[in-house]
Design a protein around this ligand. Structure first.
Ligand SMILES: [Zn+2]
Length: 508
């Protein structure tokens, strides 16, 4: 009899400061064998897990459950979240005769009211499966790692890289841990320490920053003879929910004291250096003049409108500065720029007008009107598209009606990729799929706090994190936090040092 392992996925990352709700129909879905075949051979967690299972010494039968994933965005409408969780649970119930489970989660979803969807998902799955089915869960390191999640699976395996480049490897680590549980080779012992801090900035880059030092300490534990999984979860700061904090999470094989000591050491290391974990931003004025004075490509990071972090994608703050319509900018941009904006009416107007037409449209402010005012422009339609493309990871995307608009400036032009739906603007594929080569511009805007670096560092002469408004601003003081536990660094001045005592171990 083969070992039957259920694989299922549900992912979205929420910024509660984005007013546009995420709906059921915003989720891509694949079920059963379709989920497995959609993932096989891609740069994803499930692909990594499938490869480990196919190489295992025992015969494994992977079984696809429900797969649902949406571009990061605003809170999920309550009724739609309930429906997704019901359907996810139904698919688990349908396969309740399985031997083990791998759940691939992001970990930072939120509903309009629900602050812990993943906790609810894991609790309901656990209620169906009982205590005897080994369950491993992989998480993005931006997960909100709540007690309800912690109590309802055996091992949690967080990403180790930021920017995230180890999705496939995280799936392999998860599958390897699950095989050890299935074979009876490991008994999870766990230590989880929470830290009242929200972190941002360049020190989070795992290749070069101090966060990477913490991750390497985790890897030493995970790769030791007694390790099962270890990582640091920093929460998505824009998922303002009651559970929002940061955590060190260590799971060992029957070695509680190793887990406790490692968690305390790594938590202390991060807490003591938290002042370094804040973003340094430059004004749009400075960014434009730096771009003007840079030979080669300058990349602006618009973390505030990072669709990858849950923002609305309809910011026109940088665009207005580039075309001389921002009161905050006196320098005139020189050269050519490439950026993106989500704007369904403009995308449809350009599509209707056709390639080569001159159009009068407004850009931006259709999804987060409290932050952005629609900006009227005259533009030439360079190209129109159906919006189907594939990210570098191998995941397909549907942007809806899509057009490239050129806006002339006194000293060059700005090309805007205008999409009907929100898309990730992290890698280059979102542009190259639409005939736009970022390397051929003087400046390009990535709507991403850090993930873009993987795709741009090799071609960028300068990279600047720009301080503009948005629902995922790295300037956390600019956002109206109301639900996360206080006091918390850096929102509050005096945050007592936490106890660094691991929370209660998992129920066995
Ligand atoms: Zn992340």
């Amino acid at each position: 009899m083969p070992v039957r392992i259920l694989l299922a996925e549900i992912k979205q990352e929420t910024s509660v400061f984005n007013p546009r709700l995420t709906l059921y129909e915003d989720f891509h879905q694949a079920h059963g064998d379709d989920l497995l075949s959609a993932r096989r051979g891609t740069d994803t967690e499930i692909a990594g897990a499938l490869d480990v299972f196919s190489d295992a010494e025992e015969e494994i039968l992977p079984i696809g459950g429900m797969g649902a994933w949406a571009v990061s965005g605003g809170p999920i409408r309550d009724s739609d979240l309930d429906r997704l969780i019901d359907e996810f649970t139904e698919a688990v119930t349908h396969h309740s005769d399985i031997d083990a489970v791998y759940f691939c989660l992001h970990g930072a979803m939120a509903g309009q009211q629900e602050g812990d969807p993943e906790g609810r998902i894991l609790k309901r799955a656990h209620d169906v499966l009982g205590d005897t089915i080994p369950t491993v869960v992989s998480l993005d390191l931006h997960a909100i790692f709540t007690p309800l999640m912690h109590q309802n699976a055996d091992v949690f395996v967080p990403f180790h890289t930021y920017p995230h480049t180890d999705q496939y490897e995280t799936g392999r680590r998860s599958a390897s841990a699950l095989l050890r549980l299935i074979r009876g080779e490991a008994t999870p012992t766990n230590a989880r320490i929470s830290l009242p801090m929200l972190v941002r900035g360049d020190e989070l880059l795992t290749a070069t920053g101090l966060f990477g030092d913490a991750i390497r300490m985790c890897q030493d534990v995970e790769n030791s003879g007694s390790g099962l999984a270890a990582g640091v979860l920093i929460g998505n700061p824009f998922t303002d929910v009651p559970g929002l904090k940061s955590w060190v999470e260590i799971t060992t094989n029957a070695d509680q004291s190793l887990a406790d000591q490692a968690a305390e050491r790594i938590a202390t290391f991060l807490w003591d250096q938290r002042e370094r974990l804040e973003a340094e931003l430059v004004s749009l004025e400075t960014a434009i003049s730096t771009s003007n004075n840079t030979q080669g490509l300058t990349v602006f990071s618009d973390a505030a409108d990072a669709t990858a972090s849950g923002a609305s994608g309809d910011s026109n703050a940088i665009l207005s500065g580039l075309i001389g319509r921002s009161a905050d900018v006196s320098s005139s941009f020189q050269g050519t720029a490439l950026l993106s904006v989500v704007d369904a009416p403009a995308a449809h107007a350009a599509t209707d007008a056709g390639v080569g037409a001159s159009v009068e449209v407004s850009l931006g402010g259709t999804r987060d009107p409290g932050r952005f005012v629609p900006l009227p422009v005259t533009a030439t339609v360079l190209s129109i598209h159906d919006g189907h493309f594939t990210y570098e990871s191998g995941k397909p995307e549907t942007a809806g009606a899509t057009a490239v608009l050129r806006i002339a400036t006194d000293n060059g032009h700005v090309d805007a990729l205008v999409t009907e739906r929100s898309v990730y603007v992290v890698g280059q594929a979102v542009f190259t799929s639409h005939g736009l080569d970022p390397a051929s511009y003087d400046m390009v805007v990535a709507k991403s706090p850090n993930g873009f670096r993987t795709h741009y560092e090799s071609i960028a002469a300068a990279i600047l994190a720009v301080d503009v408004p948005g629902s995922t601003s790295a300037n956390l003081h600019s956002l109206p936090f109301s639900r996360c536990p206080r006091p918390i660094f850096p929102l509050d001045e005096h945050v007592p040092t936490p106890a660094f005592v691991p929370e209660a171990p998992l129920p066995s």
